[in-house]
Design a protein around this ligand. Structure first.
Ligand code: SF4
Length: 204
């Protein structure tokens, strides 16, 4: 049950979680976003490094003091880190309890892949892309259903201080009005106003 790691990026501040964090990018993603900044990289098999859970904990422990003093820890991104949810759950059992563990996800995985990490031990940074099925399909090439189901599970089971939902303005795919409509849908699903963040994708 190894991790498929694309990169490890240390000493990040305020970009993906509280305190000082290390971003671990994991391989694989079910979506096909045209503006993905990692597209080529995600496809590059030769860049994948295999790490056992214990090896990854040991490697990241070099920053243990930074994590401890700043309330930081590890952020699993990608790619889609929930494809590795069993490994992340195991990681949480092995790493020091003081480390925060953030999961940066689009949530579009089968619900059983969310289950192992659907506890208060984890914090979530969710990019919902769009709440409209047609825009979602056009941008990601994927149905929206799983994402909506998993988002409902997060709202029900994860304390509100432990998740944020990002709604992007996607040039050529969504408008300001679409973003407003997505925010309305999220509010109706029970996502608190302060947990919703908007931003604009860069298209390069
Ligand atoms: S969900 Fe993220 S990693 Fe996956 S294709 Fe879209 S932008 Fe890229």
């Amino acid at each position: 049950m190894d991790f498929a790691v694309l990169s490890v990026d240390r000493h990040r501040m305020k970009t993906d979680g509280k305190g000082i964090t290390t971003l671990v990018a994991l391989a694989g993603c079910p979506l096909k976003c045209p503006f993905c900044i990692n597209k080529e990289w995600l496809a590059a098999e030769e860049k994948i490094k295999r790490r056992s859970v214990n090896e990854l904990v040991e490697e990241l422990a070099i920053d243990h003091c930074y994590f401890l003093y700043t309330g930081g820890g590890v952020t699993f991104g990608g790619g889609e880190p929930l494809l590795h949810s069993n490994q992340i759950a195991k990681f949480s059992e092995v790493c020091p309890p003081e480390w925060s563990i953030n999961i940066e996800t689009s949530l579009n995985v089968p619900p059983e892949q969310l289950q192992p990490v659907l506890t208060e031990r984890f914090s979530y940074i969710i990019d919902c892309k769009a709440m409209q099925a047609d825009i979602y399909m056009r941008y990601t090439g994927t149905e929206i259903g799983q994402m909506l189901h998993n988002l409902q599970q997060i709202v029900r089971k994860i304390p509100q201080e432990r998740y944020v939902v990002k709604v992007p303005l996607i040039p050529e795919y969504s408008t300001g009005e679409d973003v407003e409509e997505s925010i309305k849908c999220l509010r109706e699903l029970g996502v608190p106003k302060d947990n919703i963040v908007t931003f604009k994708y860069r298209t390069f």
